[in-house]
Design a protein around this ligand. Sequence first.
Ligand SMILES: Cc1cc2nc3c(=O)[nH]c(=O)nc-3n(C[C@H](O)[C@H](O)[C@H](O)COP(=O)(O)OP(=O)(O)OC[C@H]3O[C@@H](n4cnc5c(N)ncnc54)[C@H](O)[C@@H]3O)c2cc1C
Length: 367
Amino acid sequence: MNIAIMGAGLSGLACAITLEKNGVQPTIFEKRSKVGDRFVNGEVLLSIFTRPVHDCIASLSEQFGIYLQPVSNIQQMVIMSKNEKAIIEAQLGFTNIRGREEDSFEAQLSRQVKSPIRFHSEETYEQLLANYTHVVLATGDGEYAKKTRNFREDLTVSIKGATVEGTFDRYAVMSWIDYDMAPFGYGYLIPLSEKEANIVIAIPDIPSTRGVELEHLWGPFHQKVQSELSQPLPITDQFQISKYPMGICRSARIGNTFYAGNCFGSMMPFMGFGQYIALLTGVYAAYDLCGLGSYEELTAPLRQSYENSLVLRRAMEQMDNPDVDRIVRMLQGYLGEKLFQTKRLNPLKLASYIMRPYVKYKQGVTT
Ligand SMILES: Cc1cc2nc3c(=O)[nH]c(=O)nc-3n(C[C@H](O)[C@H](O)[C@H](O)COP(=O)(O)OP(=O)(O)OC[C@H]3O[C@@H](n4cnc5c(N)ncnc54)[C@H](O)[C@@H]3O)c2cc1C
């Protein structure tokens, strides 16, 4: 058995680490010049989205021997809608860095890998399949899954982000769900340190946002964050992604090809979280390759999480600012405390169960 992993990102590297632990050495093909050679951005691992696992950093090390150091553990999350504000205080998860920084998640993972990584790779999937017994597709998007007719694309999202300088509390993250500011989307601030943070705005590319330019939304969003923090927040770096696809593969494994990370469908349509699931798909693909389980069966709960998240995304598209205000008002009280603090509760599953009839009704009304 000789295994090629296409892509040295979260899922590809998690797969390599797990294979090595089981005595198998894969070859990793990465198109860029080094691991994480892209824009720097802050991401989060929120425990409400990784349930039943509450502390995914601890779980990754204890269960799978994958060691990651986040930037901080999140102790406060501020959620703002047009007229309401909820401040949630609890152990909510972690912030981490992605991209070309020394301590980005992909850089940390690559230091745990012993297998060769072939950078500047121009190898195609077809070439790898011809030369290796198994291929793990971990390229971070659905392109190959689409090309092999194995991907259901559900939506695309356009994203604009920047690194800003200022004074930040690294244990606190902020988010805005205000449809005047980001129609049917959201904005957020994630500190990278006490002196730098990432601010990002994202909107779905749906008929109701046709003609809306991210460029035009950006200025008012930046001003909103500046006034909320009472700081000038000068921009030191920027990125923009148009029509980032979100969807899920139809089969996690076809023949000797494994679809991992975003090629599987790790990115959750509701708010775009995908890191933890990307890591799990890498581990599970390796388990299957080592005869320790079936990839299709191991990923079945992840597929269900994706479908639940899609219901919430569709529900968001049916709401308006007063609806969002009502939800944020509820989160500020008893409900918010219970949702975020009760470890046994799976809010994603529960909310999608409650919202499913609403979405079906609304879609029926509008079609
Ligand atoms: C702006 C933004 C913000 C996000 N925020 C969050 C967040 O806060 N929390 C969260 O959980 N998730 C977040 N996500 C989602 C999360 O980053 C992804 O789900 C996760 O990184 C997917 O991992 P992956 O292994 O599939 O891909 P990646 O980690 O992106 O790795 C893919 C690798 O494949 C390489 N590659 C691509 N094509 C080829 C090729 N042809 N040959 C060889 N190599 C190739 C790439 O260069 C890259 O190194 C965010 C995503 C974006 C875009």
